[in-house]
Design a protein around this ligand. Structure first.
Ligand code: NAD
Length: 254
C-alpha cells in the first residue's frame, strides 16, 4: 500500500494527533526557512548570527530591526493549505494539537487553538535586563525596511531594552512549553512532523519520543529525512500539497 494511504489510515484511526511543525510549513506562505537564502540586505547575515543574546548586546538596533522585519513578513503572510488542512482534521472528530518551532502565528490564524510555541513568538516582547513581559502596546507599529537599524523600546519598569520573546541560540526553551510538548507527544496516537530539518535540539527529539511512546510518526518534507523505525512513514512533497491530500483521504475513509 502506498505510504500516503498508510498514513491516512493511521490518522483515520487516531484520536489524538500532534503536528510538530518547522519553518517548512510556513515557507509556502512566503516566510523563508533557514535554508532559504535571505533577501536584500539580510543576505549579508545568517539568522544564526542575528539570533543570539550576544548579537543583541552588541548591536541592539540591528537585531530589533531584524525582528520587526520578520514580524512584518509574518503579518503580511497568510496561512496556507497545510495549516488549514491540519485544523480541518478537527472537523473529523480528531483532537489536533500543534507544537511549533515557528515564531509566526499562522497556525492560530488557520484556526488551530491548541498551539505550543517551543521557540516563543514574535508578539511577546520582554525586557532584556529584568525579563518582565512588556506587551505589544509598547512596541511601535514601525514597518521597517530590510536591514533598518531601529532602537528597541525601553522597559516601563527598569528602563532596560525590550527584546523579542523568542528563544535565541544558547537559550533554554520556555519550561511550560516544553512540559506541554512532552505530555502531548507521549500521549498522542500519531505525530505528523512537518517541514523541519530536525537539527535544532531539544525540539528535534520530539519525533523519537513519540516513537518510543508507541505512536506512529509521519514525516512531511520536501527532502527525505531518512527513517529508522518501522512506525515511521515518509511523505516527500510540499506541505501545502501533502497535508490536504492526507485530509481528503481521511475524510473519504481511506
Ligand atoms: P529549517 O529551516 O532548519 O528547515 C526547514 C525544513 O523544511 C527543511 O527540512 C526543508 O527541507 C523543509 N521544507 C522546506 N520547504 C518545505 C515545504 N514547502 N514543505 C515541506 N517541507 C519543506 O527550519 P526548522 O527545522 O524549523 O528549524 C530551525 C529554526 O528555524 C527554528 O528554531 C525556528 O524557530 C526557525 N524559523 C522559523 C520561521 C518561522 O517562524 N516561520 C522561519 C525561519 C526559521
Amino acid at each position: 500500500m502506498p505510504d500516503i494511504e498508510l498514513a491516512a489510515q493511521a490518522l483515520a484511526s487516531a484520536h489524538k494527533i500532534v503536528c510538530f511543525s518547522g519553518a517548512g510549513i510556513s515557507a509556502e506562505s512566503g516566510i523563508p526557512t533557514y535554508r532559504d537564502k535571505m533577501t536584500g540586505l539580510w543576505e549579508r547575515y545568517s539568522p544564526q548570527e542575528l539570533e543570539t543574546a550576544k548579537a543583541f548586546r552588541e548591536n541592539p538596533k540591528l537585531i530589533w530591526g531584524w525582528y520587526l522585519w520578520r514580524r512584518k513578513q509574518a503579518a503580511q503572510a497568510q496561512p496556507n493549505a497545510a495549516h488549514l488542512a491540519l485544523h480541518n482534521m478537527v472537523s473529523l472528530g480528531k483532537k489536533v494539537s500543534v507544537i511549533t518551532q515557528n515564531i509566526d502565528d499562522l497556525h492560530e490564524r488557520a484556526g488551530s487553538q491548541d498551539v505550543v510555541h517551543l521557540h516563543g513568538n514574535l508578539n511577546t516582547p520582554k525586557c532584556f535586563a529584568c525579563h518582565r513581559p512588556a506587551g505589544m502596546a509598547q512596541v511601535e507599529d514601525i514597518v521597517p525596511e530590510e536591514g533598518a537599524l531601529i532602537d528597541p523600546p525601553r522597559c516601563g519598569r527598569c528602563g532596560g531594552r525590550l527584546r523579542p520573546g523568542v528563544v535565541w541560540y544558547g537559550e533554554n526553551l520556555p519550561k511550560d512549553a516544553w512540559k506541554s510538548a512532552m505530555s502531548l507527544v507521549k500521549d498522542c496516537d500519531v505525530l505528523i512532523s512537518v517541514g523541519t530539518s530536525g537539527v535544532v535540539f531539544p525540539a528535534a527529539k520530539l519525533p523519537d519520543i513519540a516513537l518510543s511512546a508507541g505512536s506512529t510518526v509521519i514525516h512531511v518534507n520536501t527532502l527525505d529525512v531518512g527513517l529508522g523505525n518501522s512506525n515511521e512513514l515518509m511523505l516527500i512533497g510540499r506541505a501545502s500539497e501533502v497535508l490536504p491530500q492526507l485530509f481528503a483521504a481521511m475524510a473519504s475513509g481511506a
